[in-house]
Design a protein around this ligand. Structure first.
Ligand code: HEM
Length: 404
């Protein structure tokens, strides 16, 4: 007989208390058979098999559109907009969207941008190379993804500044004081939508070699994306693909700064880039958790969760599980790949649509940085972003490097 979750005696664990290391230590101290904990939003799972089990179970729905509500936001037009995103669509509607858009995000599409990614990264390193000092966040990670997204979508170079300004305002959707910034976010989204509609009209008459053209052409059994869906996808790419990539690059380089021998090795052997990305994302991911809610009564491992129950998925915890990743607390880019993937791109139907692009961006950036910033060290103190449910990474990271 399954037990209602509310009747279980469970350990309580906050996901925003103390530092990451303190929380990892707290979780490591839990009894071996603990698979479920209670937390601020409801419940949480910490083990790899449960994280994957829940992310692949379609009865658990994405909570991304519910997070603003949990933060006390009530504006109907704002909430409706979040619900329309691919990130929070479920069921047949989600299956249809993924089928239509997935081919445009394939690895080949990401590969065609690799030379451009190297050009962007070189142009960011050039101005700081002479001094051997930089704020890695302001100088490198912040500006890196926007030109790539612009190039991906096919936005002309003359519009990059406008695009960057709008994207910056749209990304305030992740800020802790979102309630005070709703107008800013909505206005930027409206402006970006109008901009996207013009770009779509242009591409419909003049196709080009870019994502927007591919999405316009995407068709399955006579079905096509509507203009509104195309606009939504551009928004989703900005919201899901910019801050994630920046912060993952910052997290990775912060780790390499603590492991100078690995940094030197990557410079010497750029073919390790693929492993370097997976190991950085496993060991120190910028997305440390996500959330789901129960769409119906769900029985899982003999526990019943009533509809509406929130569940946090401990991605960072699962990524450090010893029986999945041998020697999990060592950062080592020469370790053979584990049989199971790291979970920082998620799992199941909402698995990161931009994973090939993000991998390419990081695989191009890291070896280039290792070669052009030898002997990289932290030159002061790293200021970290608040470590809660959102995207985690450095806010400021003073670095010094060279000579080789
Ligand atoms: C290192 C960088 C990135 C990380 C760590 C990351 C992580 C994730 C994760 C964990 C999810 C699933 C969320 C959930 O299940 O609740 C996701 C979904 C998604 N990501 Fe990424 N992402 C990254 C880069 C990108 C890029 C570059 C793009 C686009 C170009 C992108 C587009 C998306 C989209 C559209 C979804 C929603 C997919 C769906 O709901 O079906 N991501 N990402």
């Amino acid at each position: 007989m399954a037990t209602p979750a509310a009747e279980l005696d469970l350990p309580e664990i906050g996901f925003d208390e103390g530092t990451f290391e303190q929380r990892m230590a707290m979780r490591a101290a839990l009894p071996q058979d603990t698979w479920l904990v209670r937390n601020l939003i409801g419940y949480g799972v910490l083990r790899y098999e449960d994280a994957v089990g829940i992310l692949r179970d379609k009865r658990w729905h994405s909570a991304s559109a519910r997070i603003p509500e949990l933060m006390g936001i009530t504006r109907a037009d704002f909430l409706a907009r979040q619900r329309g995103s691919i990130l929070s669509t479920e069921g047949d509607e989600h299956v249809r969207l993924r089928r239509l858009v997935a081919p445009a995000f394939n690895p080949r599409a990401a590969d065609r941008l690799r030379p451009f990614m190297r050009d962007v990264m070189n142009s960011l390193i050039d101005p700081v190379a002479a001094t051997g000092r930089a704020d890695f966040v302001a100088d490198i990670t912040e500006p890196y993804p926007i030109p790539i997204i612009c190039e991906l979508l096919g936005a002309p170079k003359s519009d990059w500044q406008l695009f960057s300004r709008l994207a910056t305002d749209i990304l305030e959707v992740f800020s802790a004081d979102l309630a005070d910034k709703i107008d800013l976010v909505m206005n930027a989204q409206d402006e970006m939508d109008a901009y996207t509609r013009e770009l779509i009209a242009e591409r419909r008459s003049k196709p080009a070699d870019d994502l927007l053209t591919d999405l316009i052409a995407a068709e399955e059994a006579g079905d096509k994306l509507t203009n509104d869906e195309l606009v939504m996808m551009v928004n989703a790419v900005i919201v899901a693909g910019t801050d994630t990539t920046r912060n993952q690059l910052g997290c990775a380089v912060a780790m390499f700064a603590q492991h100078p021998e690995q940094w030197a090795l990557l410079a010497e052997r750029p073919e390790l880039a693929g492993r370097a990305v997976e190991e950085s994302m496993r060991y120190f991911g910028a997305v440390r958790g996500t959330a789901r809610f129960a769409s119906c009564d769900i029985e899982y491992r003999d526990v019943v969760f009533p509809p509406g129950t929130f569940m946090s998925i401990g991605i960072a915890d699962a990524n450090r599980q010893g029986d999945v990743f041998p020697d999990p607390d060592t950062f080592d880019i020469t370790k053979p790949a584990s049989e199971q993937p790291q979970l920082t791109f998620g799992s199941g139907i909402h698995y990161c649509l931009g994973a090939s692009l993000a991998r390419a961006e990081l695989q191009e950036a890291l070896p280039l940085l290792a070669q052009r910033m030898p002997n990289l060290r932290i030159d002061g103190e790293i200021t970290w972003k608040p470590d809660g449910v959102g995207i985690f990474g450095p806010a400021h990271m003073p670095i010094a490097f060279g000579p080789s």
